[in-house]
Write a protein that binds this ligand. Structure first.
Ligand SMILES: Cc1cc2nc3c(=O)[nH]c(=O)nc-3n(C[C@H](O)[C@H](O)[C@H](O)COP(=O)(O)OP(=O)(O)OC[C@H]3O[C@@H](n4cnc5c(N)ncnc54)[C@H](O)[C@@H]3O)c2cc1C
Length: 342
């Protein structure tokens, strides 16, 4: 055991999840974020917990699979402790198959999933007619249905973690002193700070815009079509996302790219034609140069750690990120994949 006091800098999904894992192991936890929980890219609306395709397996895909399989228990414990819903549900996902080539690929991946997903979920090819009422048009008449994908509501998930942490005695404050081990989970701005401190670029931010519609398909699987996530939430809203912008000036501003996204969603899923837009939202994802999470000790800065680089799958990675960070900080046990280190 190396420390029982932990200070987390940054109250996004990474910081809050690491805080929760440390708290559950008996640490005294303080979370410090000048902007408050969910103020960064974790305060959005999309929330696809979607697996990597089951092929060309590597440590990142294996880590993500573990995390997706941990998610149900992780979020149940959070909800029980704090009394708020994170909107988690293992809703599954549908993807249309366009043609023969797409079908051959989907069938190969079904075989990959049978081998790699440890019998915990399936990747199937099924006729559209068996896929329910909220299904994307498919030129082949077939869709992929996977049973591993889950959904959650990012902003609610942050609030649920905040409630759980507070109920169990953690402090969440806008400013304060470091106490014990310090974890920097400061999102894309943190990657810029880290790059400056290390004298080389380790990562930056990629802006994304998304929208929330009033359309109740809460019992339906989410849809992934033409690179777009369409996610029916448990509260009767539906999220669509996202743009991916390497160059941006206004991190939080929505613009005509969001309108284009909404228009494209309505073309891809004609059922959404009359659904009102409840909210437009923009945030900046923390992207490491490696595109993998950046986890572990901060080199040359004893007692300081980094948990960053969630990029497009930060919510899916969070349960396992929290576990390996708590292992390292509290028990000195390093289970971080080599490709994730600073
Ligand atoms: C449009 C969009 C759609 C997305 N869709 C999905 C999805 O479907 N599924 C998925 O898994 N992921 C998705 N993501 C990615 C996911 O949101 C991110 O990976 C995740 O939010 C990153 O969390 P984080 O805690 O690292 O960073 P953040 O949430 O950005 O949190 C960083 C926090 O650090 C604080 N901070 C900064 N500097 C300091 C400092 N010096 N001291 C203290 N605090 C500081 C900030 O105020 C902020 O609250 C999406 C992102 C976007 C933008």
């Amino acid at each position: 055991m190396t420390s029982r006091d932990v200070t987390i800098r940054g109250a996004g999904i990474f910081g809050l999840s690491v805080a929760w894992a440390c708290l559950r192991r008996g640490a005294r936890v303080r979370v410090i974020d000048p902007a408050g929980p969910g103020a960064g890219s974790s305060g959005g609306v999309v929330g696809a917990l979607a697996p990597h395709v089951p092929e060309n397996w590597n440590e990142k895909k294996a880590f993500q699979l573990d995390s997706l399989l941990m998610a149900e228990g992780f979020w149940r414990a959070v909800e029980e402790a704090g009394g708020l819903s994170a909107g988690y549900g293992r809703s599954g996902r549908l993807q249309p198959i366009a043609d023969e080539a797409g079908l051959a690929l989907a069938q190969a991946r079904a075989g990959g999933a049978a081998q790699l997903w440890q019998g915990q979920a399936e990747w199937q090819v099924i006729p559209v007619a068996e896929a329910g009422a909220f299904v994307p048009p498919s030129a082949s008449g077939l869709v992929i249905r996977d049973t591993l994908t889950a959904r959650m509501f990012p902003r609610r998930a942050c609030a649920a973690l905040q409630a759980a942490l507070t109920a169990r005695g953690a402090e969440i404050v806008t400013q304060g002193e470091d106490r014990g081990a310090v974890v920097w989970a400061t999102g894309w701005r943190g990657l810029l700070d880290l790059s400056e401190a290390m004298g080389r670029k380790v990562g930056d931010g990629v802006k994304g815009q998304a929208a929330l519609l009033g359309f109740d398909a809460r019992e339906a699987p989410q849809v992934f079509v033409d690179g777009m996530h369409i996610i029916p939430h448990a509260d009767g809203t539906l999220a669509i996302g996202s743009t991916s912008e390497r160059d941006f000036e206004a991190p939080d501003a929505v613009d005509d790219q969001c309108e284009a996204l909404i228009a494209r969603a309505r073309l891809l899923m004609p059922q959404l034609a009359g659904a009102p837009v409840l909210q437009r939202w923009a945030g900046v994802r923390p992207r490491a140069r490696s595109r993998a999470p950046l986890l572990g000790a901060w080199p040359g800065r004893p007692g300081h750690f980094v948990a960053n680089g969630g990029f497009k799958i930060g919510f899916g990675m969070a349960p396992k990120v929290a576990e390996v960070m708590a292992d390292l900080i509290l028990d000195g046990h390093d289970a971080i994949p080599d490709g994730f280190r600073l």
